[in-house]
Design a protein around this ligand. Sequence first.
Ligand code: AQP
Length: 339
Amino acid sequence: MSNNIVFSGIQPTGSGDMHIGNYFGAVANWVRLQNSGRYQTIYCVVNLHAMTMPYKAEVLAKSTEQMFIDLLACGLDPDKSIIFVQSMVPEHTELAWVFGCVCSYGDLTRQTQFKEKSEQLEGKQDGFISAGLFTYPVLQAADILLYRAANVPVGQDQKQHLELSRDIAQRFNTQFGEYFPLPEVLSTETPKLLALNDPSKKMSKSLGPKSYIGLFEDEASVRSKVRSAVTDIGNPEEPMGPGAANLLAILRACGKHDTAAQFEQEYANGPRRYAPLKEATADALVELTQHMRARRAEVAADRARVKQLMQLGAEKARSIAVQTMRDVRRLTGLFALDY
Ligand code: AQP
């Protein structure tokens, strides 16, 4: 069962800043899909997911609004897409409970994101690891399937969770009757950017600001981070290391295909000097972040409109979510007030 419904979400974690991994791995594609006119696109700031790691309430509230603004600045258009905040549609958590009962404990224990994030927490603060972090992929399946979306544009790190969403949909359909589509990943050409300071890991908000370039970061900071990005020593006898390849991937993602091809040709024919590559990458990123900062300032200037769009987006999302939950309650034998 396939359809043209697209759903994806982004967490407002940390300071709420989107990084270029989020942008090139997912959000830039969200905008393309929206503008293609071929899909019904639904995008969400998944603030409930951000609660699975230690956080402060006042920071979460601020960064949720900031992420909503940032999505508009990236080119999401409320006239073309449904854009909303997850906690404003309570049906997400209701469906997550139902899905928790058709998802096996064994499948959840095999999720690598839980392993990685719980390792990050071990030894930190009081070493508290929430059950929410463990059941995170169940809520993610509910996010997608509440809108019966068959298409999910995400980065490579989310592939395993998507497979679990398919298993959950499949098990639900087998037990209660064919209802949910089996969602598929829509990947970009940049499905995984690596951390600048440790290219053995993916660029990630939770690895701290040295690992990523924020999409709205200022020039001095962009240049300094790219300058100190970890690369190999440029020995042509050795294969190129992942750090240098990551810079080439960033250049290409910024649309500088010719420059990237020139560097590749140069490196194939002789020693690899990375200073010019770093400079070109920084130039491309400064161009991008300057443009994004200007867009963000424009959107943020009208806060009343932002609040209104948040409300309207949630109302549109909810009109679909309520219908799905009505069907799900009927199929699963649950009583409700309207039933
Ligand atoms: N490094 C990356 N390269 C390509 N795509 C990426 N994504 C994340 N990191 C990369 C994609 O961005 C979308 C939104 O991600 P998210 O914020 O919901 O969660 P995440 O994947 O956990 O991103 P972070 O930065 O690693 O956040 P923290 O550290 O807070 O968990 C997703 O589609 C993701 O694939």
